[in-house]
Design a protein around this ligand. Sequence first.
Ligand code: NZQ
Ligand code: ZN
Length: 393
Amino acid sequence: MNNFIFYSPTKFIFGKDSEKKVASLAREYGATRVLLLYGGKSALQSGLLARVKRYFEEAKLDYIELGGVEPNPGDDKVYEGIEKVRDYGIDFIVAMGGGSVIDTAKAIAAGAVYDGDFWDFYCGKAEMKQALPLGTILTIAASGSEGSSSTVITKKSTMEKRGSGGDIVRPVFSILNPMLTMTLPKEQTFYGVMDMMSHILERYFSYTEDVDLTSGLCESVLASIIMNARIVLENPRDYGARANLMWAGTMAHSGILGVGRKQDWGSHSLGHELSSFYGTAHGATLAVVFPAWMRYALEHNEDITSLVELAINVWDVPFEPEDIKNTALSGIKSFLSYLKELNLPITLEEIGGKEDDIKELTDKVILRGNYIKLTREIVREIFELSLEKNRLI
Ligand code: NZQ
Ligand code: ZN
């Protein structure tokens, strides 16, 4: 096990009606004037926006609102938010929504107290050292941004989707009410499921030795997600299953499942390129990328222990001592059929991709990874594997 520091200062307030505490929590963290940030229509349609505004009014806490954050959020809303914060003397941000809204809030929080262009944080020119405090009301179990130090924004002029972050932008509180996720369209629920699974897999695939505690935790959270997503598929209003998924999404990305082990994160790099190129939802891009990435690892990695253990411990595949490669392959097949069960796309073709796009996609990917150290050539091969189902199995 490698040395590590684990830091997760966010206060989580979980359960039915927990959003009622938003104004008192914001005040507890020093808010005197709040920016209330949200996405498109869902917060209006569900009545959440109106209720939250009422909570602020009842608490006599000043706020201004800014809506319209889009999925795969762009830099334009960040600039707009920074201007509002400066114009109105905002000292606290409440992000109400999913990863897109929370990531935009983080960018505004750091950008508003920075002299230069906020994009400096995303292109590697500057580090986030100061930020306004922010809290969240989560409405979709997916990104884990409610408990993470990271933020992902797209620069619209170049369509670069880039990540940044720092402990300074970890939310001071996050309100998690599973009831708020009941209005999610089916496909968004399962994009979220794929995203949280991938946050675990990015940590799980590792060569670091003596990390059986975190490997076991990863497997157990994955098994819980697999089971509860099936329940939600049958009955979208099952509170218990929604509650387990919501907490799993937070756990998956709080950092606790990755401590002491070298992590990968190559699949997220590949997925971000698909989001910028095709405008595809983050979770859907990961459903396309991960099976192909695993298939590549199976064919090229000398040590396939993580693939074999995943197959046996999560997918209940019988161990074949005389053919461990086949054990791992059976695990990949089980994963693929599970993704299809959740109606997720599993090939580039299904999200509108063509063989001709692969060169441009490959050239733009940020090369990362440890379990597979991405090179341009490897990226191209993984995208080629992801083209059609018969290349995967
Ligand atoms: O905009 P509205 O109308 O609110 O609709 C949203 C949006 O269309 C809808 N939605 C959210 N809650 C809802 C709801 N619809 C009905 N009822 C509800 N309760 O869902 C759609 C997707 O929302 P979004 O915030 O984009 O989803 P998600 O949470 O999956 O966030 C994705 C973004 O997070 C980034 C991704 O790259 C992507 O840009 N990520 C952020 C991470 C982080 N900061 O730690 C890590 C992740 O790996 C990820 O990269
Ligand atoms: Zn993700």
